[in-house]
Design a protein around this ligand. Structure first.
Ligand code: SAH
Length: 251
């Protein structure tokens, strides 16, 4: 009989920020599959488990490995950082599913279980204060799989809708100026230079660092790929160093 594939969001890194459901699924799995960096984070917790890792950019190979292990009868814990359904591997796993259903009668949608995790928007928000305490949206600045024009359109629309905005993948070696480009677009779309913003580096990992600052200053900030950036809405404020997007109560 084919095994179950648990697609697990393991949170930002720290064991305390993993849900009990995620922990149990990993404990019960026969094998833990993931990107090398995330597998290293859980190796200490489950030292005797079997592990399978693939490097960055081999995401689809990683998905196929999960199906192959399940067909062998193994229960698989497929781990992603944060939540597996937010820039994670849950969607490609479902995109591949029909191929396996059609060629292997033992695999069905019931073999796949998604386990939610604490995404960087939530864990980073907790570090900064309450930056997404009203309507918000999440935008990735990575144009590896999304054309830049689409990203630009979404940034403009988010400012027009006066959403608080969370930016994932704000930078990488090749895209070191993307945050600056994104901030320029938001300023042109009508956001004020003084809009309250912040960013958090290494959430739930060693070396957590958080900064609050106005949008104008964010433009020239150098952030790395382990950073999540928060842009307040037009009414957000920095209160005693904390970034707050208000609910609207009379206080
Ligand atoms: N599935 C993940 C997101 C993967 S995209 C989640 O739900 O959190 C990768 C981006 O997520 C990074 O570039 C960064 O913007 C953000 N991110 C993920 N983990 C982070 C962490 N521990 N600290 C800061 N940012 C993080």
């Amino acid at each position: 009989m084919a095994g179950i594939i648990y697609i697990i969001g393991m949170g930002p890194g720290d064991k305390d920020m993993m849900t009990a459901q995620a922990y149990d699924a990993m404990e019960h799995a026969d094998i833990i599959v993931g990107y090398t960096v995330y597998v290293d984070l859980v190796k200490d917790i489950f030292p005797t488990k079997e592990f399978f890792t693939t490097p960055m950019r081999q995401e689809i190979e990683r998905c196929r490995a999960c199906y192959d292990f399940a067909i062998e009868g193994k229960n698989v814990a497929f781990i992603c950082s944060g939540d597996a359904g937010i820039y994670g591997m849950a969607a490609p796993m479902f995109e591949l599913l029909p191929e396996y259903v059609n060629t292997n009668s033992e695999i069905s949608a019931d073999n796949i279980v998604v386990i939610p995790g604490v995404t960087a928007a939530i864990s980073g928000a907790a570090v900064l204060g309450a930056p997404i305490n009203h309507d918000f949206c999440v935008i990735s600045l990575s144009d590896l799989l999304t054309p830049w024009e689409v990203i630009e359109k979404r940034l403009k629309a988010a400012i027009m809708g006066d959403f608080a905005i969370v930016l994932y993948n704000p930078s990488s070696k090749k895209r070191h100026d993307y945050l600056e480009k994104a901030v320029k677009i938001m300023l042109e779309a009508g956001a004020d230079e003084n809009r309250a913003c912040g960013y958090v580096e290494n959430i739930g990992r060693e070396g957590t660092k958080s900064v609050t600052l106005p949008l104008g200053e964010l433009k020239t900030s150098q952030v790395n790929m382990f950073t999540t950036v928060f842009i307040g809405n037009s009414k957000s404020e920095i209160i005693n160093g904390k970034l707050v997007t208000k609910r609207g109560y009379q206080i």
